[in-house]
Design a binder for this molecule. Structure first.
Ligand SMILES: C[S@@+](CC[C@H](N)C(=O)[O-])C[C@H]1O[C@@H](n2cnc3c(N)ncnc32)[C@H](O)[C@@H]1O
Length: 224
């Protein structure tokens, strides 16, 4: 996501009670940070933050964490909170590739990947947030039966992701080739990108990938 550079965005983020400075200090103790042991759901690449802010107000008994690479983009998510201390929402500026520095094994219940950058060139495939190298990091921090929920407008990224999930022995469910015409549409929370693509008449692809234990005889594909 390209946004106008906001000078001093990192400093301005510190003024928001939902922003977490030095988040790695909470690895293994996020329940203490939230003050309860409710499930923890993370959105990676939260963009302008409509999705995570909506979920946080709709589901007060779930803890939500937005992880966004760029400070100026996370600042937009923070602005949506209107400087309020939302007890079940935390905002983190971080590279998801290092997610194991933030969370202990089994600390997360769910990860959302919404309209992640497709990186269409093959030589950039390692940057896709569903590349197997990312999926292995996610598995390391998800609970057994933890979930990854993916939405995208990009058919190539969707097919790539389904293959990566399957190769990494995630169990797929609710695979939809047209989310907005499916029965899941009723509970769907739109993101900014989703609204934009949908208004152009583009279909939205969605799936859920479950983190099942890997039996010793079931090895992930070595060369994805
Ligand atoms: C195309 S935007 C989608 C934003 C939002 N999810 C939506 O649907 O409107 C993708 C976002 O992912 C962020 N991102 C990309 N790679 C990331 C990474 N490794 N860690 C965290 N965020 C990342 C980008 O900065 C960008 O804001």
């Amino acid at each position: 996501m390209r946004l106008r550079n906001i000078p001093g965005a990192e400093d301005m983020l510190r003024q928001f009670p939902t922003y977490v400075n030095n988040p790695a200090q909470y690895k293994g103790t996020w329940s203490d940070c939230f003050g309860n042991s409710n499930p923890i759901h993370v959105e990676i690449g939260s963009g302008k933050g409509r999705f995570i802010n909506t979920l946080a107000s709709r589901f007060p008994s779930t803890n939500f964490i937005a992880i966004e690479l760029k400070a100026e983009v996370l600042y937009r998510t923070a602005q949506r909170t209107e400087q309020k201390d939302i007890p079940n929402l935390k905002l983190i500026q971080f590279d998801a590739f290092k997610i194991t520095e933030l969370f202990a094994p089994g600390e997360l219940d769910r990860i959302y990947l919404n309209f992640s950058d497709p990186w269409p060139k093959k030589r950039h495939s390692k940057r896709r947030l569903t590349h197997f190298s990312f999926l292995r990091q996610y598995r390391a921090v998800l609970k057994q039966d933890g979930e990854i929920h993916l939405k995208t407008d990009n058919q190539n990224l969707f097919e790539f992701s389904l293959n990566q999930f399957a190769n990494e022995l995630f169990q797929l469910r609710h695979v939809s080739l047209d989310l907005h015409s499916s029965e899941q549409a009723a509970t769907n929370v739109m993101t900014e990108y989703e609204e934009r693509f949908s208004n152009r008449g583009q279909r939205i692809f969605r799936t859920e990938a479950l983190c099942k234990p890997i039996a010793p005889t079931d090895k992930p594909a070595k060369d994805n």
